[in-house]
Write a protein of this length. Structure first.
Length: 155
């Protein structure tokens, strides 16, 4: 059986070609709009902002998982975290989240988790930062991760 080779890719909107952006949007729409039955304005204008970074995991060119990092005034915002139905359970979201936090660096970071995923985000250093709410019929929980602290090293 051949070994699956996956690769994490990162790009700004300006660095995405039309086919890649199409495939990333298709994954987002297939899961968030179709599978989760949530018609909402997927194209919110933030994908094209200069500070936005798109991260995705690919196998043979097809995206298996995706997220985006938005540059917000007080740090970073991670969103649109999605894994293709056929790729779930393979640790792809965890790999992407680890890569995303490397891109975020020492900035504080927030996200709006689907509430059933709070334990997943806790494993990546996020804590609940506000009351649950319902958006598009799905319970969500605001979460935040403070900027990592650096400790002084005694010399």
């Amino acid at each position: 059986m051949p070994q699956q080779t996956t690769e994490i890719r990162t790009a700004s909107f300006a660095d995405l070609n039309a086919r890649t952006f199409h495939d990333l949007l298709k994954l987002r729409i297939d899961v968030f709009v179709v599978e989760q039955n949530c018609p909402y304005p997927e194209l919110d204008g933030r994908d094209v902002e200069p500070g936005t970074r798109h991260l995705w995991l690919t196998d043979g060119g097809a995206p298996l998982a995706y997220l985006r990092i938005l540059a917000d005034p007080d740090g970073a915002r991670i969103g649109r975290v999605v894994v293709a139905p056929t790729a779930r359970g393979g640790g792809h979201a965890g790999r992407l989240m680890t890569a995303a936090l490397e891109v975020v660096g020492n900035r504080p970071c927030v996200l709006e988790a689907q509430s059933h995923l709070v334990p997943f985000y806790r494993r990546h250093g996020f804590a609940v930062s506000g009351p649950d709410y319902v958006e598009d019929g799905i319970p969500h929980t605001p979460m935040s991760r403070p900027a990592p602290t650096t400790s002084a090293i005694d010399v």
